[in-house]
Design a protein around this ligand. Sequence first.
Ligand SMILES: [Ca+2]
Length: 490
Amino acid sequence: MSRFPFFLGAILALISFQSCQQELPQRPNILFAIADDWGWPHAGIYGDPVVQTPAFDRVAREGILFNHAYVSSPSCTPSRNAILTGQYHWRLGPGANLWSTLDPATPVYPLLLEDAGYKIGRFRKSWGPGDISNWERHPAGHDYTNTGFAEFMAEKPKDQPFCFWLGSSDPHRPYDRGTGLSSGMNLEKIKLFKCFPDHEIIRSDVADYYCEVQRFDTLVASAIQLLEEYGELENTIIVVTGDNGMPFPRCKSNNYDSGTRMPLAIRWGKGIQHPGRVLDDFISTTDLAPTFLEMAGVEIPEVMTGLSFINLLTSDKEGFLDTRNRSFVLHGKERHVPGQEEDMGGYPGRAIRTHDYLYIRNFKEERWPSGTPNYLEAAISYCWLGDCDNGPTKTYMVDHREQDEQHRKLYDLAFGKRPAEELYDLSRDPEQLLNLAEDPAYAEIRDKLSEQLMGQLVATGDPRATGGGDEFDEVPYLGQGPRHPSYTGD
Ligand SMILES: [Ca+2]
């Protein structure tokens, strides 16, 4: 059965899980903790041998750990827009792009909760980046960046439920070089993604990223401690996740697991009566908004394409539960940074991920997936492989691309052009490095997934699936892109 129409799926899911119904906490508080550029599986409980994430691990142990959570888009603004609106980013016009805007008429869950009596607030990075000065109320709530979650809790009337967005700017670049190593991390123990050359510079860069992941985890720990002090822990749903993958080549801003697959753990006191479970169901972070609204007893707007997963939280089983609705997930990319050679375009693509395969459709295969590799003195001179944040790993991979065949191969995988279709067989290639789209043995699977993907995109109103979408390339870009390290202008 297809994931969409979602209302039909929701009814069937309700029937499937009726036997597990229980009395749920009324109007629970919501603490949404989101890291910036933190990818799966970089948490202790996922088996990472180096990074230490005791707060995330605790949330998972006392709640549920999700193995297959995905963002709508591996880029800050569209990913966050999708979370707030409960809609795929391709339904949000300019909001599909990085450094953009969002139509103030779009329903967002924090404001719907405020209208229903919740106190709402946000800390540090929430919506964006971009410009939402035309919103009367900030879509993520009132700003407590200066005073913190503690002040929010101190202000809150005792009996008023709350919804708080605990944002962090970690582990976004830049990093203090060598902090991972100097903190005692064993670089040799790091499990490097296979899309990176194995070099000490890269291991050290990953360790620096881990340091900031750990700083985010400390923020989560302090928020949990505060909930305990106020006696609110058991009636609060705590969600810990990220907005896109690690800021390294072929990760963030890419439609591979390294860009779109997120750590996700959820704790909900008595709402989860069988804690410590691990789930393999596919979750889109667009599913969070309808889940929060349903928990609060607030009507879910019809425009939301996300699907509440309360049925998973209240189940007593683990593994892959909702086979009707959660056998795949969709994600995609519009413009991250305008890093192409001749226009403001991005690198549009969409993907469908199942337990067995990843299929990607690149709509403009003539463009550069990570932006042009050239350093030009033209109007776009500020972009150098613009879709990849600058850092030691990027510089190493560019500088050593001709060193040998392996370095060249990994450079091309990260920065080279890609065909219109990509297909990865996850049973033999979990890191998605070997494209089988042209292999005759996989033609039938490729065509089936292509048809399924396009059908879902049409059903969810994606302009790229109906012959349009070029308007995404015309949206003003309100930020800057990575410059070549040699750039000395302004
Ligand atoms: Ca981000």
